[in-house]
Design a protein around this ligand. Structure first.
Ligand SMILES: Nc1nc2c(c(=O)[nH]1)N[C@H]1C(S)=C(S)[C@@H](COP(=O)(O)OP(=O)(O)OC[C@H]3O[C@@H](n4cnc5c(=O)[nH]c(N)nc54)[C@H](O)[C@@H]3O)O[C@H]1N2
Ligand SMILES: Nc1nc2c(c(=O)[nH]1)N[C@H]1C(S)=C(S)[C@@H](COP(=O)(O)OP(=O)(O)OC[C@H]3O[C@@H](n4cnc5c(=O)[nH]c(N)nc54)[C@H](O)[C@@H]3O)O[C@H]1N2
Ligand code: SF4
Ligand SMILES: [Mo]
Length: 894
């Protein structure tokens, strides 16, 4: 493991969050933390970082880390064991189950957050030596429809675009993407393109977002109707003579059938507009703009992919770009945004169950080729189980051993409660993770393996534009954490495949991966990084960000894919494909009259195992919530800021109501981030059906019929604690990190005494003070140890912010003096100016109250707000919100 001398230099590495793939400079502080800044030389970000990237330094603590291998012992508890014992156990159990039930009875479930090298080893072991293709990944929930669309139309899983296309575009269309929050630095690049060359920005979503707010044109379409929109576009291209005839004739097939189907779906503007739920004139404006702009980039993400017709939605977008011949040239093309830092790398190695390796599939010739390259002892000869099918097979006890690595399926898979039940069926559940506990681990693993985390990991990732970057270590591995590839290679050796898994480090694995990409390729496959197959260890260590294709001996020009109009189908032509008429998987009913949409917020990453540790990230949107149109709020008797219960056929959640016109009537939106670790009853995956796209197997996660009703609890309040206690009882009980601990909002029917008893058990040695006024329903308690507050509970409050403000000062104090002790339970703030309003600018901790008062004092632009408060001057992630504050102020003034 490389040790980093912090005195010498910052380590160049890559952000572990989104698929933009920003370069990061990390300088360890020798106390286990590091100073983080953007890498000015990285082509993805040129030195900038968004709020999540900037806060990486706050997520490096070891408190929640899994530090040692553990095995479930006969008493049912997890016990620390030596690595060799854990690995022996995993290998022994895998071997036994494979022998007894065949290779189809075992599986790996991986993640786009693994490094390419980890992924490569896992895939090789399962598909080449165990003899099953049961390797799937959370990318199934994320990119699978794009992969299937690309393969269907291009004959290969090719994302042809690059970020420079955004700089050179005149029209940038975002479909089902909240890039302002989810791909922040790429979004800033789009804004820059608008400023620099007047590019127009269009956002197509089913709700208002930070992205649609800043777009020049926002289309709020009916859920699931993107296929109608892009059918209408194809029809408009045809009717206005904008089809690129020579491109269509020379480089595509299937145009006539595709256009005929588009005409059936969108026969005229009126029908198309009605199906999309758009005004005719708005739809027409978009169609004209797209038709008239040669340099158009259409970027898309989960609003497209996470649909039971996701592959068709992708296809409809690709059809338009091909028919117009707007592909393979600068400033134009379809562009699937990858979500995770290494979603693309996972696709390269073949991490999906329906791909073999290096963009090859399961044809006999390809199985033979990969088998020869690997000198495989037992090649998988057909596709394995895709994620949702895999967990269903686990539920039926057809898959009996599962190794989960770098993902939290008990939260993130649809019908997540069924996933939990299924996991309990396993004869062997191995989990490799960074954290000691998450919802999947809490279900009960047989073996836990500690993996090196970001900052310790060493390998490569590939971003949305096919740029391969190094993740370099700048911290020593925490305790006994080891790289994921190493754990798998160790198991492989114990299974008797030592020779094929003898790599001495990530560089050796990467060379093999690069060599396989070039093996018998000769231009027949898009993914070729043969030029890197001979990289020395030193060359790998120093590898600068590099984009593929990168065939050995190829010239620079080969970097632009499809420039020659040649595709990777048998005929060399792109296959325009007719799509199925768009519809919803399930339509609303009397019982479930609303459609629940799910997605992300600006400052949290997935199930919050890392971003949940950062106080500044936690304060932007601190609690799980549901967005509702004010009209619906009225219909269903909901009050803004109060609680509501959302029910679907599969589960329920209790969320705080946000009434906002950003939601259309009939629709709800809830973020996906909270889990049982961080909240009670806010796990959205449990509400979503497991219906999948037939071509891609990707779950339909954005349009779930649901009902909503107001709900209330006997007691509301808050708890502060130095550690995050596991939520108990009913109601919201959502933790967020604050300086020196966590605060939870509480809404519960659990009696105050019982909650108090729970805290007493959690802080057994602490001194206790409490105050109970049953008549007023007020209960307050404080726990003090070593002259410091260790926990506080306030119940029966009218105003949680005031209550929180009243203890904030005492909470921070390392030594409680007598007056402070007396004030702890008073529930009133000593000074009234403690500002507990939400943080808007995460970089400088600027709150909404501060921004409002700056505007009140005359700040009239984002620049002026920046000059006064610094808000928005670093990463820029909050600029859309600052503009909103300014706009609402102007509304008031008007
Ligand atoms: N802050 C933050 N950033 C992230 C992540 C994170 O967890 N937090 N995760 C990363 C990952 S893995 C991913 S996959 C990406 C996802 O990035 P995005 O896809 O941008 O994020 P989502 O919020 O899942 O969904 C995008 C939008 O699709 C819209 N939508 C829903 N249904 C439809 C529809 O039928 N049609 C259209 N046109 N739109 C629809 C939703 O309203 C939502 O605004 O983000 C990455 N970046
Ligand atoms: N309803 C609904 N569901 C969704 C989505 C949605 O929009 N709506 N989005 C889907 C999408 S696009 C995605 S990508 C998924 C994400 O969902 P998940 O992948 O389940 O979410 P994460 O919180 O990222 O889980 C990562 C886990 O891996 C651990 N980890 C991180 N790095 C490493 C590593 O290097 N090695 C190991 N061994 N462990 C590591 C972390 O500690 C954490 O426990 O959710 C999907 N689910
Ligand atoms: S945009 Fe933000 S989250 Fe995404 S890679 Fe860059 S710094 Fe990381
Ligand atoms: Mo994702």
């Amino acid at each position: 493991m490389t040790a980093v001398d912090s005195a010498l230099r910052a380590t160049r590495t890559t952000c572990p969050y989104c698929g933009v793939g920003c370069g990061v400079l990390a300088t360890p502080d020798d106390r286990g933390g590091a100073a983080i800044s953007g890498d000015p030389e990285h082509p993805a970000n040129f030195g900038r970082l968004c709020s999540k990237g900037s806060a990486l330094g706050e997520t490096l603590g070891l408190e929640d880390r899994l530090l040692y291998p553990m095995i479930r012992c006969s008493k049912g508890t997890m016990e620390r064991v030596a690595w060799s014992d854990a690995l022996d156990h995993v290998a022994h159990r895998f071997a036994h189950i494979i022998k007894r039930d065949g290779p189809g009875a075992v599986a790996f479930y991986l993640s786009g957050q693994l490094l390419t090298e980890d992924y490569y080893v896992a895939n090789k072991l399962m598909k080449g030596f165990i003899g099953s293709a049961n390797v799937d990944t959370n990318s199934r929930l994320c990119m699978a429809s794009s992969v299937a669309g690309h393969r269907r139309v291009f004959g290969s899983d090719t994302v042809p675009g690059c970020y420079e296309d955004i700089d050179e575009a005149d029209l940038i269309v975002l479909v089902g993407s909240n890039a302002a929050w989810c791909h922040p630095l790429l979004y800033q690049r789009m804004i820059l393109a608008r400023e620099r060359r007047g590019a127009r920005l269009v956002a197509i979503d089913v709700r208002g977002t930070a992205t649609t707010e800043t777009a020049d044109l926002a289309l709020t379409i009916q859920p699931g109707m993107d296929g109608v929109l892009f059918s209408a576009l194809l029809v408009r291209l045809a009717e206005t003579g904008q089809i690129n005839q020579s491109f269509v004739e020379n480089h595509t097939e299937g145009y006539d059938e595709t256009l005929a189907r588009a005409r059936a779906i969108a026969p005229d503007l009126a029908v198309a507009a009605r199906k999309c739920g758009l005004e005719e004139q708005v739809l027409s404006e978009f169609l004209d703009l797209w038709c008239a702009t040669e340099r158009v980039v259409t970027l898309y993400s989960q609003g497209v992919n996470q649909s039971w017709q996701g592959t068709d939605k992708v296809t409809a977008i690709l059809n338009c770009h091909l028919a117009a011949g707007r592909i393979g040239r600068p400033g134009m093309g379809p562009f699937s945004l990858t979500g995770q830092p290494n979603a693309m790398g996972g696709r390269e190695v073949g991490g999906l169950a329906n791909q073999l390796a290096a963009h090859m599939g399961f044809s006999p010739a390809e199985v033979d080729r990969v088998g020869r390259f690997w000198r495989a002892s037992r090649m998988a000869t057909r596709e394995g189980l895709k994620a949702v099918d895999l967990f269903e097979a686990v539920g039926r006890s057809e898959v009996k051993a599962l190794w989960i690595m770098g993902t939290n399926p008990a939260v993130s898979l649809p019908q997540a409660d069924d996933v939990r039940t299924a996991l309990r069926n396993l004869d062997l559940l191995v989990i490799s993770d960074n954290v000691r506990s998450n919802d999947t681990i809490a279900v009960g693993a047989h073996v836990l393996l500690p993996a090196t985390a970001w900052g310790e990991k060493d390998g490569t990732v590939t971003n949305s534009e096919r740029c391969i970057s190094r993740q370099r270590p700048f911290l020593a591995p925490a305790a006994e954490a080891r790289p994921d590839w190493w754990a798998m290679a160790q198991v492989a050796r114990r299974l008797g495949f030592g020779e094929a898994f003898a790599h001495d480090g990530p560089a050796a694995i990467f060379r093999e991966h690069a060599a396989l990409s070039a093996f018998e390729n000769d231009g027949s496959r898009d993914f070729d990084i043969g030029a890197l197959a001979q990289l020395s260890d030193a060359g790998y260590e120093a590898l600068a960000p590099v984009q593929w294709p990168l065939a050995s001996g190829a010239n620079e020009a080969s970097a632009r894919l499809f420039a020659d109009g040649r595709f990777f189908t048998a005929s060399g032509r792109a296959r325009l494909t007719a799509i199925t008429p768009p519809s919803l998987a399930r339509t609303p009913s009397a019982e479930s009259p609303l459609l629940l949409n799910t997605g992300r917020i600006r400052d949290q990453w997935h199930t919050m195992t890392r971003t949940g540790l950062s106080p500044r990230l936690g304060s932007h949107l601190p609690e799980p919530f549901v967005e509702v149109n004010p009209q619906d709020a009225k219909t269903y008797g909901l009050v803004h800021g109060e609680l509501a219960e959302i029910r679907t056929a599969h589960g329920r959640a209790i969320l705080r109501v946000k009434a906002t016109t950003a939601q259309e009537p009939g629709r709800l939106f809830a973020p996906i981030h909270w889990s049982d670790e961080t909240a009670a009853g806010a796990r959205i995956g449990a509400l979503i059906h497991a219906i999948t796209d037939p071509a891609s197997g990707q779950p339909d996660a954005k349009s779930m019929p649901a009902s909503i009703a107001a709900t209330s609890f006997a007691r509301q309040g808050l708890i502060l604690s130095r550690t995050r206690l596991r939520p108990a009882g009913d109601g919201i009980y959502a933790w967020r990190a604050i300086e020196g601990g966590y605060v939870a909002g509480v809404a519960t029917n659990v009696p105050a005494e019982k909650l108090f008893a729970g805290l007493c058990a959690a802080c057994p040695d602490a001194e206790r003070m409490h105050y109970h006024d049953p008549a007023r329903g007020t209960f307050r308690a404080a726990f003090i140890a070593e002259h410091r507050l260790v926990a506080v509970i306030f119940l029966g409050l009218d105003d949680r912010e005031t209550a929180y403000a009243s203890v904030a000062e005492m909470w921070k104090a390392n030594q409680l003096d007598e007056p402070m002790r007396r004030r702890v339970l008073a529930g009133k703030s000593a000074s009234s100016d403690v500002d507990m309003s939400p943080t808007v600018c995460a970089c400088f901790g600027v709150t909404s109250r501060a921004i409002e008062s700056a505007i009140g004092d005359g700040a009239s632009s984002t620049l002026e707000i920046g000059a006064r408060l610094k808000a928005g001057t670093n990463c820029g992630s909050c600029l859309p919100e600052l503009r909103k504050f300014l706009a609402s102020r102007n509304d008031v003034a008007a």
